[in-house]
Ligand binder design. Structure first.
Ligand SMILES: C[C@](O)(CO)[C@H](O)COP(=O)(O)OP(=O)(O)OC[C@H]1O[C@@H](n2ccc(N)nc2=O)[C@H](O)[C@@H]1O
Ligand SMILES: Nc1ncnc2c1ncn2[C@@H]1O[C@H](COP(=O)(O)OP(=O)(O)OP(=O)(O)O)[C@@H](O)[C@H]1O
Length: 287
C-alpha cells in the first residue's frame, strides 16, 4: 500500500494566547500543497513495526511520528500481525510544512485501511491529536480553519487556482522553541483571519493575500534574516505575497501565473538563498 503524505502551508497564522498546559491557542488558515512524502506499508510475517527512511538524520525508530501513529492504532486494536514501512521524504524536515505530521497522518489512514479497522475520518482525527497538533489537519487536507491547538477544524471552500513557490533556507527551526520564544506582547500585526475566510468564500485571491500574516515572522526573521531576503526576492519577481509557513523557516510565494512562478524559481535557485526550491500548486480534496 502506497500513500502520499502532503505538505501544508499556513496562509494565515495567529496566536491568541497560552494555555495552562503550555500549548498555544491558535487561529490558522491551512492549505495543502502538491508536495509530498511517500509512505509504503506492507504486512510482514513477524510481529512489530519496522521502518526505513531515505534520510539518515530522520529517526527510523519509535521516535518517528510514523512509527508512533501506527503503534497507537495497532495497540488499540490489538493487532498481532507486523508491518514494515518505508518512508521516502521529499518535504523538507523541521521546515514548518508539517512533514512529520503528514507522515503520521498517512500512517493512520494506511493502518486503518490495511487492517479494515473501519474508523471514520473523524475518528482517526480524534486519535491523531495525540501524535501532534497538526496531525488531524493532515488527515483532513484541503483548505481549512484550524483553532484550539490546531485540532478544531472547519473546512473552507478551495482556493482559486494559484501557484506556490517554496523556498527553504539552510537553517532548521524547532517548532517547540519557536513557541517558547514567542513574545506574546510583541508579535507584530495580527492577520485578519475572518477577512481571509470571507475572501476565500468569495473566490477573491487578490484581497485575501493583502490580509495574510504570520505572527511567528518577526521573531524568526530577526534570527534568520535570509527568510526576509527570500520573501523580498519572491515579491520582486511576481509573487502576489510571500510569507513564512508555520514556525519557519520555509517561505512560500503565491502566484497567479505559472510562468511568472517558474521565472521566480529560476532566480531563487541561482541566488543560493534557499537550499530547497520547489515550484508547485495548491492541492484540493478533489485533486
Ligand atoms: C507551527 C505549526 O506548524 C502551524 O501549523 C503548528 O502549530 C505546529 O504543530 P505540530 O508540529 O503538530 O505541534 P506538536 O508536535 O503538537 O507540538 C510541538 C511543540 O510546539 C508547541 N505548540 C504546538 C502547537 C500549539 N498549538 N501550541 C504549542 O505551544 C508545544 O510546545 C509543543 O511541544
Ligand atoms: N516522519 C518524520 N519526518 C521528519 N521528521 C520527523 C519524523 N518523525 C519524527 N521527526 C522528527 O521531528 C522533527 C521535526 O520534523 P518535521 O519535519 O515534522 O517538522 P516541521 O516541518 O517543523 O513540522 P510542523 O510544521 O508540523 O511544525 C525532526 O527534526 C525529526 O527529528
Amino acid at each position: 500500500m502506497r500513500l502520499r503524505a502532503m505538505a501544508k502551508i499556513n496562509l494565515g497564522l495567529d496566536i491568541l494566547g497560552k494555555r495552562d498546559d503550555g500549548y498555544h491557542e491558535v487561529r490558522m488558515l491551512m492549505q495543502t500543497i502538491q508536495m509530498y512524502d511517500l509512505l509504503d506499508i506492507r504486512r510482514k510475517s513477524s510481529p512489530g513495526i519496522t521502518l526505513t527512511t531515505n534520510l539518515l538524520y530522520v529517526p527510523s525508530d519509535e521516535r518517528n511520528l510514523v512509527y508512533k501513529a501506527a503503534k497507537l492504532l495497532m495497540d488499540e486494536f490489538d493487532i498481532q500481525e507486523g508491518i514494515s514501512m518505508k518512508l521516502t521524504k521529499s518535504i523538507p524536515v523541521a521546515a514548518g510544512m508539517a512533514g512529520g505530521s503528514s507522515d503520521a497522518a498517512a500512517a493512520f489512514v494506511g493502518v486503518n485501511k490495511m487492517f479494515h479497522l473501519g474508523l471514520s475520518e473523524q475518528e482517526l482525527m480524534e486519535r491523531a491529536v495525540q501524535i501532534g497538533a497538526d496531525v488531524p489537519y493532515c488527515i483532513m487536507r484541503g483548505t481549512a480553519l484550524a483553532e484550539g491547538i490546531g485540532e478544531k477544524l472547519t473546512r473552507l471552500p478551495q482556493l482559486p487556482k494559484c501557484y506556490i513557490l517554496v523556498g527553504k533556507p539552510a537553517v532548521n527551526v524547532s517548532t517547540k522553541l519557536a513557541y517558547e520564544n514567542l513574545d506574546l506582547q510583541n508579535m507584530g500585526a495580527h492577520p485578519d483571519i475572518d477577512g481571509m475566510i470571507s475572501d476565500i468564500e468569495n473566490g477573491d485571491l487578490y484581497t485575501m493575500v493583502s490580509r495574510m500574516g504570520n505572527v511567528f515572522e518577526p521573531g524568526i526573521i530577526g534570527k534568520y534574516p535570509v527568510i526576509q531576503e527570500i520573501k523580498d526576492l519572491m515579491e520582486a519577481h511576481g509573487a502576489l505575497k510571500a510569507m513564512m509557513s508555520g514556525s519557519g523557516p520555509t517561505v512560500f510565494g503565491i502566484f497567479d501565473d505559472k510562468n511568472k512562478m517558474k521565472a521566480a524559481a529560476r532566480v531563487l535557485r541561482s541566488s543560493h538563498l534557499a537550499k530547497t526550491v520547489f515550484a508547485t500548486e495548491v492541492f484540493n480534496r478533489k485533486d
